[in-house]
Every structure is written in structure tokens, then in C-alpha cells.
Write a protein that binds this ligand. Structure first.
Ligand code: ADP
Ligand code: MG
Length: 324
């Protein structure tokens, strides 16, 4: 390696902690020392990203740095936790400045936007892999869980869904997008914005929440299973971009329901709190769409705006893997 492991860490991943109130000791010793505020629980989440499986080799390193942290912050957002710090375990084929400098730039730009510090990690030679662990805090007992959805609650989604999946299909050559459209979709896939402010604004309002990483249908399934409930979704109410609206309906549905990499929040709240939820969205600066209702009957029922059940049961509906 042209640059040793310790030089690499010192050069790219070591900065003096800016939040001395929360970070008593950062990078450089055997452990970092954190001081969560009294009365708070620590919220901890880890995501491992492998080239070829979780990101394409075509992703610019700056966006990869952003995304690796963003997907972790998205988990804190889903719990209504306030981010404090993170660790970074990195396997790299070689100490490549042309990769490391922009990767660290994208990473720290997002860290700075959320006022959090990199407090430690591990670095080794190997096939490119990025593992981040985020630490956050949430007042004891106030974390948003997957298990709290109750029959009668409204189902909400933030932002728009499906553009990241659309980009993936464009990379795979299965949909054609014009140059501008491709860039919009690609940005959604490579540079998701974690909904941290929304997660915080939903404390005390949402009965349950999950972040959308594997597609709405699957992630909603996790929430419903954890809550012991079912749900009805109006697929025509699912929020989508101007780009996705121009696609054929079956492509829209596939991207909306089985998308993946959306990193929006899906949450439930009592119907009586509808206006308060709207206000929370405004406070957080994120568009919210009310897309359905939690029901006592287990299972997911997909209907259109007219209330008609969707012809194809979604479980068997995979436009891209079974092209007609
Ligand atoms: P150890 O031998 O105790 O695992 P290392 O030599 O691996 O320690 O790391 C030295 C210091 O550098 C530790 O404080 C560790 O947390 C930090 N560190 C290592 N790799 C990274 C990285 N990629 N990002 C941030 N800190 C790192
Ligand atoms: Mg180590």
C-alpha cells in the first residue's frame, strides 16, 4: 500500500470532535467514549454495504460516502432517535486517494449536516465493503417501534417512492430514461436524504414507524407482522415523482411497491392526529401522503382510487423478473 493504515485513518477519518458535550473521546484510543444525555436510551443500528450487492461500481465515491451514512441515519430516523455519533469499518482493495478523498468528503458532509462525529472504526485490505454503526439517543420509552400499529390508524409515507428502483432498472437496461430523467433517478438511488427531522417530529404522534429500504410491500409486511395487524393501501395515493408518473402503470406499481432503496419513512398514526401529523411534516420540511388504513384483518390489501382490489396479487407480481 502506498499509504499505511494509520496514515490513511489519520488523513481521512480523524477530526477533533466538535460536540464535546456528547463525545468525551473520539478516534485514536481503543474505545470512543460517549455521554448520552440523562434519561435517554442509546439507539444503535448497523448496516453493511457490499459492492455489487448494495451499490453498483458506477457510484461516484462522494455519493457512496453519503449513502453509507444516510442508510444508517435512516434507521435512527425510523426510531425517532437523535443522531450522536458513528463508527466506520472499511475494507478497501488498496489505499486509493482518488477514492478515499471524495468518499470521506461525502461522508463528512452528511455527518456535519446532522451534527454528528465519526468516533472510531476499523480499516483493512479486502474487497470494497463499508460497515457503519450509528449511535443515537431517544428519551426512554419514546422510540418509534414497528410493533405499535393499531386497527383504525392511518398509514403515511414521506417523500416520493420508486425513483431509486427506476434508476436500477435503467442501469439494467430494462427501462429507458432520457438524460435528465436518468440523472434524477440516479440521484435518488445514490444520494438518499435520511428523514431524521421527520422521525423526531413524529415522536408522540406516530404509533409505529419503519424506514423503507426493501420496498413498501415488504417493509410494510414487517410492520404489520410486528403489530399483529393488516392494512389496506390505495396504490393511486402512493406518492411518486413527475419522472415515475411518465412510466407505464405496471412499472410505476413495481417501483412503488417493490422498489427498495427509498429511505423514506412509513408510519402509522391515529386518525384523530391527522392534522398534527400534517403539521409535523411541515415542521420537518418533508411532504407526507396518507396512503391507507391499518385493519384488524392480517394481510395487505391493495386497492385503486375507486376502491377496486388490484387484479394481480402483488406477491406474484414482479414485472421486471418476469417480463410478459
Ligand atoms: P485496534 O487495534 O484497537 O482495533 P486500530 O489500530 O484498528 O485499533 O485503530 C486505531 C484507531 O483508529 C481506533 O481508535 C479506531 O477506532 C480508529 N479507526 C480505525 N479505522 C477507522 C476508520 N475507518 N474510521 C475511523 N476510525 C478508525
Ligand atoms: Mg482495528
Amino acid at each position: 500500500m502506498p499509504m499505511g493504515e494509520f496514515d490513511l485513518i489519520a488523513r481521512h477519518f480523524t477530526r477533533a470532535p466538535r460536540r464535546r458535550d456528547r463525545i468525551a473521546l473520539g478516534v485514536g484510543d481503543d474505545c470512543a467514549l460517549l455521554a448520552p444525555a440523562p434519561g435517554q436510551q442509546l439507539a444503535v443500528s448497523t448496516d453493511l454495504l457490499l459492492e455489487g450487492r448494495h451499490f453498483l461500481s458506477t457510484v461516484p465515491p462522494e455519493r457512496l460516502g453519503h449513502k453509507a451514512l444516510a442508510v444508517n441515519l435512516s434507521d435512527l430516523a425510523a426510531c425517532g432517535a437523535e443522531p450522536l455519533a458513528f463508527t466506520l469499518a472499511l475494507a478497501l482493495p488498496r489505499a486509493d486517494e482518488a477514492f478515499l478523498a471524495p468518499f470521506a468528503r461525502g461522508l463528512f458532509e452528511l455527518a456535519d449536516a446532522h451534527g454528528i462525529e465519526l468516533v472510531g472504526g476499523d480499516t483493512t485490505a479486502g474487497p470494497l465493503a463499508i460497515c457503519i454503526t450509528v449511535l443515537g439517543q431517544v428519551p426512554a420509552g419514546q422510540a418509534l417501534l414497528r410493533s405499535g400499529a393499531r386497527a383504525g390508524d392511518q398509514l403515511w409515507v414521506s417523500g416520493t417512492l420508486g425513483d431509486a428502483r427506476l434508476a436500477l432498472e435503467a442501469f439494467r437496461g430494462r427501462v429507458a430514461l432520457d438524460g435528465d430523467g436518468f440523472e434524477v433517478a440516479r440521484r435518488a438511488m445514490e444520494r438518499p436524504e435520511p428523514r431524521v427531522a421527520l422521525g423526531l417530529a413524529l415522536r408522540g404522534l406516530a404509533t409505529s414507524a419503519i424506514d423503507l429500504s426493501d420496498g413498501l410491500a415488504g417493509d410494510l409486511g414487517h410492520m404489520l407482522a410486528a403489530s399483529g395487524t393488516g392494512a389496506r393501501i390505495d396504490v393511486d395515493a402512493l406518492p411518486r415523482s413527475a419522472l415515475l408518473v411518465r412510466q407505464p402503470r405496471e412499472v410505476q406499481l413495481e417501483c412503488l411497491l417493490a422498489g427498495g432503496d427509498d429511505y423514506e419513512l412509513l408510519f402509522t398514526a391515529p386518525a384523530a392526529l391527522h392534522d398534527a401529523v400534517r403539521a409535523a411534516g411541515v415542521r420537518a420540511g418533508v411532504a407526507l401522503a396518507c396512503v391507507g388504513t391499518v385493519e384488524a384483518d392480517p394481510g395487505l390489501r391493495l386497492v385503486d382510487a375507486g376502491g377496486q382490489a388490484l387484479a394481480a396479487r402483488f406477491a406474484g407480481f414482479d414485472h421486471f423478473s418476469n417480463p410478459a
